[in-house]
Design a protein around this ligand. Structure first.
Ligand SMILES: Nc1ncnc2c1ncn2[C@@H]1O[C@H](COP(=O)(O)OP(=O)(O)O)[C@@H](O)[C@H]1O
Ligand SMILES: [Mg+2]
Length: 265
């Protein structure tokens, strides 16, 4: 009731609402575009946007070993969103638009460059086997490797000439992949170090969208090696590959530490 005896004035007409940001618009799931080993990609009503659903399925050794890992989809969706937000805040362009449910990301649809980019800080896994470097040996500088993303060929290690000859990427794109991957390492390695986690190595995928190269896919304990700095305990998919047990607990531990360190700066 108006205290001065006057009628309350009508509220001004609300300004026309700004068009919703993509993450605020309810994304409508369309047909399933692609089901991979760890995620499903759904089309949406916008041809430029996809919904990525993180599954509990785990595979290793080229799909020979398979299992369901309880909570993995939910944890990976949360962990990957956290890393994409952190990287976005530090100027790394990516496909990530937002997390729209417990296990779904809204992402920009890209044409995936069929070159997987691996960055290694510490020897582990295939580099230890191939080059005889003891697991755990710190490398003198971050090593970048390219793998041809082709399931039938079992994702072979390739060099720049191979990638260009195969038509997988141009020379200019390879330069960008390398620079972006090293930039990601330069952000994630010290960030994780502050959480007591050694970033041993990781795999990235990139895609083309509107003439730009965007970091895509996921950054999770499925695609990274994370070791506890004190114990060197594996907090990643090696627990599944090597039957170490405690897979869900390890992913939960990574998520717990990330939540203690905000992604935005
Ligand atoms: N933004 C994107 N647009 C289109 N495809 C994407 C995008 N991000 C990731 N992908 C592709 O979607 C698939 C994700 O499913 P995943 O289960 O990880 O597949 P895979 O079995 O190949 O590892 C991968 O092939 C990945 O390259
Ligand atoms: Mg994958």
């Amino acid at each position: 009731m108006a205290m001065n005896g006057q009628q309350p004035t009508a509220k001004p007409a609300p300004a026309a609402p700004a068009p919703p940001a993509p993450q605020e618009r309810a994304a409508v799931r369309g047909p399933l575009l692609y089901e991979g080993k760890a995620k499903k990609a759904w089309q949406t009503d916008d041809p430029e946007l996809l919904i990525m659903e993180f599954k509990d399925d785990a595979t290793a050794f080229d799909g020979q070993k398979r299992a369901q890992i309880s909570q993995k989809g939910r944890l990976n969706a949360a962990i990957s969103a956290h890393f994409f937000r952190l990287l976005g805040a530090r100027g790394i362009p990516s496909h990530f638009i937002g997390q729209i449910s417990e296990r779904e990301h809204l992402v920009r649809r890209v044409q995936i460059v069929p070159v997987e980019v691996v960055v290694r800080n510490v020897a582990a896994g295939s580099i230890s086997r191939r080059l005889g470097l003891p697991e755990g040996r710190e490398l003198p500088f971050p090593i970048v490797e390219f793998y041809y993303k082709d399931d039938a060929l079992h994702d072979p290690l390739i060099n720049d000439d191979h990638a260009v000859a195969l038509g997988a990427a141009t020379r200019a794109e390879l330069v960008q992949l390398r620079e972006q991957a090293l930039a990601v390492n330069g952000i994630l390695r010290p960030y994780l170090s502050g959480l007591g986690v050694i970033l041993v190595d990781f795999k990235l995928e990139f895609g083309r969208s509107r003439g730009e190269i965007l970091l895509s896919d996921e950054i999770t304990p499925d695609t990274c090696r994370f070791w506890d700095v004190q114990t060197h305990d594996h907090l990643d998919k090696d627990r599944f590959r090597r039957d170490l047990g405690g897979v869900t607990e390890a992913y939960e531990e990574i998520w717990r530490r990330l939540q203690a360190a905000p992604a935005a700066v």
